[in-house]
Design a protein around this ligand. Structure first.
Ligand SMILES: [Zn+2]
Length: 279
């Protein structure tokens, strides 16, 4: 019996360690040895993700994340947490901030439900953004419902996060707000494959032109923040585009059926600056 108990304990620990690196983390949810063209069928991560140990409600909800694990402490006592309420009166025009450069192209992608969101892994290193001279390569993108950032105190219907990493390990997230409106055909192929349950990574056929997922106007607000999921790691370069994209009510409700609420409430902005690239 004792041996079994120990085995159970180590399995639990393994589950904890694997789940810990998923969510809004910059790394794709699959191991780095996974082939970029054919996700491994025996990917164990998808199996253990069935027991995420943090959530968006109740005892494991956002107000408790900081207490759930020692490594989640920043969720409770961090000083530069995300998301935030972006108030126009707090925005400052920067004379030196250059507009974000986005280099997204046709890319093979794979899709999974990691228990916290629907995540699309973009394995190709050819998608990147440049923020004031530093290149950040796209790792994955995922969705929140409703939005995490607020504009003047209001949430949008949804929010899209493109998560990037630089060569030296810095993280930059590009946030795009999604408002109800016209059907957005750029997302049709992803939406036709939305995994209902926690799933293994599955390749989408063909390539997806990631540039078509963005609005035309790339003016943005930037600030220093954190991951919006445990462990809420700080020193994340946040860029939130000012222009939202649209999705139909039907598209939004399809996602909402899977994730009725997977957003973290806004955190105190404190003395942090919200800078824009408007002159
Ligand atoms: Zn996110």
């Amino acid at each position: 019996m004792k041996k079994n108990w120990k085995g159970c304990l180590s399995s639990t620990l393994a589950i904890f360690l694997v789940v810990w690196v998923t969510g809004c983390n910059p790394q794709p949810a699959t191991s780095s040895s996974t082939s970029t063209s054919a996700p491994a069928a025996n990917n164990v991560h998808a199996v253990v993700q069935k027991t995420p140990h943090w959530s968006y409600e109740g005892d494991e909800g956002p107000e408790h994340w900081g207490e759930l694990e020692k490594d989640f402490a920043a969720c409770g006592n961090g000083h530069e947490q995300s998301p935030v309420n972006i108030e126009h009166t707090r925005m400052e025009a920067s004379q030196t901030q250059q507009p974000i450069q986005v280099h997204y192209a046709n890319t093979k992608v794979s899709i999974l439900n990691n228990g916290h969101t629907v995540q699309i892994n973009a394995a190709s290193p050819s998608n990147y953004i440049v923020l004031d001279g530093t290149k950040f390569t796209l790792k994955q993108f995922h969705f929140h419902h409703p939005s995490e950032h607020q504009i003047d105190g209001k949430n949008a219907d949804m929010e899209l996060h493109f998560v990037h990493q630089s060569d030296n390990g810095s993280t930059a997230v590009l946030g795009v707000l999604i408002q109800g409106g016209k059907e957005n055909k750029a997302f049709s192929r992803i939406w036709s494959k939305l995994p209902k349950d926690v799933s293994q990574e599955e390749a989408l056929e063909g390539e997806l032109n990631l540039a078509t997922l963005l609005p035309k106007d790339l003016h943005s607000v930037r600030y220093n923040g954190s991951l919006t999921t445990p462990p809420c790691t700080e020193h994340v370069n946040w860029t939130v585009l000012e222009q939202p994209i649209e999705m139909s009510a039907d598209q939004i409700s399809q996602f909402a059926a899977l994730f009725p609420d997977n957003h973290r409430p806004v955190q105190q902005l404190g003395a942090r600056k919200l800078t824009t690239d408007h002159q």
